[in-house]
Design a protein around this ligand. Structure first.
Ligand SMILES: [Zn+2]
Length: 273
């Protein structure tokens, strides 16, 4: 029996409702911990939806227990050892990280992340030419425990290590390697113009060496990828230009229409018969 099927057990729901009254929701509790302010509070409905959990049971040890923990369906009478308890905590956080990476690519998740981005919750780029550009979190891998979270600047397209030690311990799988590019595709108007080449480093954040598919343009630029597929260099900016051109063409058509209306009105005024 899967953990999801447990949710529909009415005795468990009754027991859970009693637990909820005396305990804090796990997701809210976890996101409120110091240093976890970069996470979004995932709605319970998202976690309960089976299609959002596909494939996760193969990536997390003790998947059912970890899911029950996130959904506050833990059996509190279960006397487990300290070792089991620590292992369960790690598995639960890993499962939450994978769920989080999926959630922030949904419309609601993207909206939550856009608010954080606009509030510069992930910090700003240390480069002078980037003019305090807001950063976005990015993972080095979509798998857990493969690397910590980094920060991506959409302006100079480089990666940085978070300045705060407490944020440096967040697993990059919580955001995944495609998130910034998916986000900027969804919000093309938030794509800033590309900054000029770097003139000097500032000590606030450490820049990472990176390989690039854009060697002819910027040897130190991080390659943009969505689900492993490379994007054309400056694609976000092409998209912005396309939107601007489209808006310009629209304004031009409206102006032509207004001119035509005025011409017709003038003709009518001159030729009342
Ligand atoms: Zn920058």
């Amino acid at each position: 029996m899967t953990a999801i099927s447990h949710i529909n057990d009415s005795p468990q729901i009754q027991a859970q409702s009693q637990q909820d009254s005396i305990q804090e929701n796990w997701v809210r509790w976890f996101c409120s911990l110091t240093g976890n302010d970069w996470y979004c509070v995932i709605p319970r409905e998202f976690i309960e939806k089976e299609s959002n959990l596909i494939g996760l049971h193969t990536q997390i040890k003790g998947y059912n227990k970890a899911l029950n923990e996130i959904l506050d369906l833990r059996d509190y009478d279960d006397a487990s050892s300290d070792v089991d308890s620590q292992s369960l905590k790690r598995n639960t956080v890993s499962l939450f990280n994978l769920l989080h990476a999926r959630f922030i690519t949904t419309p609601i998740g993207l909206e939550m992340m856009s608010l954080k981005f606009l509030q510069k919750a992930f910090g700003v780029c240390p480069r002078v030419m980037c003019d305090s550009q807001a950063l976005l979190p990015i993972g080095q891998s979509s798998q857990c425990n493969k690397g910590y979270v980094l920060l991506y600047c959409p302006k100079c397209e480089d990666l940085y290590i978070p300045p705060s030690l407490i944020h440096q311990t967040i697993d990059g799988a919580a955001f995944g390697p495609s998130f910034p590019h998916l986000f900027l595709f969804e919000y093309p108007l938030l794509v800033p113009p590309i900054s000029k080449p770097r003139t000097h480093n500032l000590p606030a954040l450490e820049m990472l060496p990176s390989t690039s598919s854009c060697n002819s343009i910027r040897p130190d630029r991080f390659p943009s990828k969505i689900y492993g597929f490379s994007l054309h260099c400056g694609m976000h900016h092409h998209l912005i230009r396309w939107i601007e051109d489209r808006e310009m063409a629209k304004k031009h058509r409206i102006a032509e229409y207004n001119d035509a209306i005025l011409t017709l009105q003038a003709r009518k005024a001159n030729d009342p018969g």
